[in-house]
Design a protein around this ligand. Structure first.
Ligand code: SAM
Length: 213
């Protein structure tokens, strides 16, 4: 991976974090904002559909949608440890053979990734500096639904991002948090022919679902 932020993600989302997140997911299920996105996707239908889950972490979205009849999934992730945790859970649940795993920066590997019926990025856009490249390449691959969980762009969220980034700088880790403008994200998605069908703002996060017009 040539992107320094993605190499930083390997350090931030290491084996310890991945194993802790997998334990939390097994104990409590998906996080609140992920549940909102899953409910919206299920409302529009996941059965028989393919999923491209970018930065899927322990794979909560894949596991939940495959359990309700999604056909297959591709998980692209910059974190080797998260890919391992996601595979471990897929094997435990018996759907490992329906998931393909790709390690890398999605923007770098996108040309080799096929379009899918549903594309999701749950808390991923805030890990990447070049939002138009990430959102542009991913939304272009959504045949039916495109789901995002990303930070609300209030001043308080930008301040929190600065505090976290100071910590990463002190740790000499190139990973950074980015609070991209909501209207700029929305404009990139719409430019790829998608229209918004759901938006919910909860705490630090906003959850959005788009469909192809
Ligand atoms: C904050 S974690 C979120 C994990 C999971 N989606 C969740 O909500 O629990 C961010 C994830 O995005 C991945 N990621 C960040 N930038 C990426 C990129 N450009 N390509 C692929 N994965 C990326 C990280 O490796 C990590 O798995």
């Amino acid at each position: 991976m040539s992107c320094p932020h993605c190499r930083g993600a390997e350090k931030v989302f290491d084996k310890g974090v991945a194993s802790g997140d997998l334990d939390a997911y097994r104990a409590k299920g998906p996080s609140r904002q992920t549940r909102l996105l899953l409910e919206a996707i299920r409302h529009w239908g996941a059965e028989g559909r393919t999923l491209l889950d970018i930065g899927g972490g322990v794979g909560a979205i894949q596991h939940e949608l495959l359990a309700v009849g999604a056909a297959a999934a591709v998980h692209v992730d910059a974190s080797t440890a998260y890919l391992g945790a996601s595979q471990e859970e897929a094997a435990r649940r018996g759907h490992r053979e329906r998931v393909q795993y790709v390690h890398g920066d999605f923007v770098e590997v996108a040309d080799g990734i096929a379009a899918a019926d549903i594309v999701t990025l749950d808390r991923v856009v805030c890990c990447y500096p070049d939002m138009p490249a990430l959102v542009g390449a991913s939304s272009a691959r959504a045949r039916q639904l495109y789901g995002l969980v990303y930070p609300r762009d209030g001043w308080w969220m930008r301040l929190a991002g600065k505090v976290f980034n100071l910590y990463f700088r002190v740790q000499r880790n190139p990973f950074r948090i980015f609070v991209h403008s909501s209207s700029a994200v929305d404009a990139v998605v719409r430019a790829n022919g998608l229209r918004e069908i759901y938006r919910e703002r909860r705490g630090l996060w906003q959850v959005a679902l788009y469909t192809r017009s």
